[in-house]
Design a protein around this ligand. Structure first.
Ligand code: SF4
Ligand code: SF4
Length: 75
């Protein structure tokens, strides 16, 4: 499990204007990938563990989560 910073490439994006910092995406991620940053916006802290399962975007009540380009490793 490697730690990532907010500035490293992330294939899941979070819309700061829509996010209400409810933590649901963090709680429901089956791989425990996400954490809230100090500003209350999620980021992929352990992105190497992501399964690209789409649970985070499904569970978000505000439609703030978007899965971007599929990582090359699972294309
Ligand atoms: S796609 Fe799945 S594994 Fe990846 S961050 Fe979202 S909920 Fe977690
Ligand atoms: S579930 Fe959506 S609104 Fe809640 S913290 Fe995650 S991105 Fe923000």
């Amino acid at each position: 499990m490697s730690k990532n910073t907010k500035r490293s490439y992330q294939w899941i994006s979070f819309d700061k204007d829509k996010c209400i910092s409810c933590n649901k995406c963090v709680d429901y991620c089956p791989r425990d990938v996400l954490r809230l940053e100090e500003d209350g916006i999620p980021f992929m802290k352990y992105k190497d563990d992501c399964w690209y399962c789409d649970v985070c975007s499904y569970i978000c009540p505000k439609g703030a989560v978007k899965l971007e380009e599929v990582p090359y490793l699972i294309k």
